[in-house]
Design a protein around this ligand. Sequence first.
Ligand code: ADP
Length: 268
Amino acid sequence: METLAVERRIPAVAKTESIIKAEGVSLSFGNVTALDNVGIDVSQSEVVTIVGPSGAGKSTFLRCLNLLTKPDTGRIAIEGKLIFNNSGTVNKRDLREVRRKLGMVFQRFHLFPHLTALENVTLAMLDARIATRDEAVEIATGLLDRVGLLKRALAPAPRLSGGEQQRVAIARALAMKPRALLFDEPTSALDPEASREVLSVMKELAQQGTTMVVVTHEMKFALNVSDRILFMEAGRAIESGSAEDMFYRAKSPRAKEFFAQALNHLGN
Ligand code: ADP
């Protein structure tokens, strides 16, 4: 099989600093084992995508990384600082810090409907008191420009298309100057055109060196943009490797089958 020409990212600066390190993360909902001993290590400027069949535990694992969902056991460190250690409790200050450091973009955008695009982006900064109103407006304007929405800054959120709303959500996450962005199936509620808009913004962020962990079914994005792919199934991390290795040289039978099917869909 011929290898796709993989679009390389701009070489990231030093990829040495660990931004997110999770080990042995396990979680059950009643008698459903959602996560069984899953780990990840994400360095600065790395883009890691998490793929696998529905119900594999991908979203649950992503939510565990910023403690939106608390694991039963495991260790999670952000920038080398342990924020969750087995079944220990998490103090509120650590929780605030982790939420600020890891911006989250959800499948459904969760914008405030009574606010404009600009206000949705400024609000988080004002709430966290990390900017004055003037500074917040300036930062938000710059970020809306970066996601291609400067002209829509004053539009009320419900007037924006799905793709525009998701791009506002990305600008809002970036406004907190996070150390990494977590994306939970950011295009699965969108039509193909809107998905393309959002994926193109995400690709640009990746090229600019943004550290990203992305749960996605968009296999073309996984192939072209990821530095590393983690393949999950039935609550377990089955295999991880570079995009090329996973798509063309996966070792485990299930990963082989999954990526072969994906290549088939991509027309390769
Ligand atoms: P994926 O993102 O790979 O589709 P999920 O992380 O959403 O998988 O789900 C993993 C498993 O955990 C599934 O069996 C799902 O039904 C279960 N699950 C996820 N969230 C909950 C919850 N809040 N309560 C009960 N079961 C859940």
